[in-house]
Design a protein around this ligand. Sequence first.
Ligand code: HEC
Length: 155
Amino acid sequence: MYAYRCLTLFVLMISLVHCTSKEDAEKAAKTSPSPVEAAEEQPEVHGTPVGAITLTNPLNKEWVAQGQAIYDTKCLACHKLDATRIVGPGWKDVTTRRKPEWVMNMITNVEMMLETDEEAQKLLEQCLVRMPNQNITQAEARSIYEFMRSNDGEK
Ligand code: HEC
């Protein structure tokens, strides 16, 4: 029941996003294949599970800054940096409650995680919204992870 409601919400969100780009795409389709459409059809980096990653100290400042920039544009609407849940869980201590590979997979392979990972499914039960696939590369996810470490007080 919950899952059904989530799915409906998710589909609704997706169709909202699609409304504008669809009009543009239809206009462009009359002449040549639209780059928007081409981009949408493309298989994503998703489906490639993230292998073991190595963490080093001190933190890579450049990655922290890149990660923060991605957070500001693509994650902030649903995730706070403290422990408060809004749409998704707050990020405080996410680097201590989860393994880095788990977090990286959640960022780059969210569909896979929601289908196969028990912990991810538990979160879905609490949040009632499926985290959308944000089309994040593994390199970008790594910089987001560095930003999360910094948010958790690592130096
Ligand atoms: C539309 C809302 C939304 C956006 C945008 C979003 N998320 Fe999420 N996120 C969620 C929800 C909801 C969950 C809980 C799992 C679920 O219900 O799918 C989640 C879970 C997570 C988790 C697991 C957290 C934990 O406590 O274990 C991580 C990590 C995460 N998201 C990272 C990201 C990153 C990185 C971005 C931006 C690139 C992002 N999310 C963007 C909604 C969102």
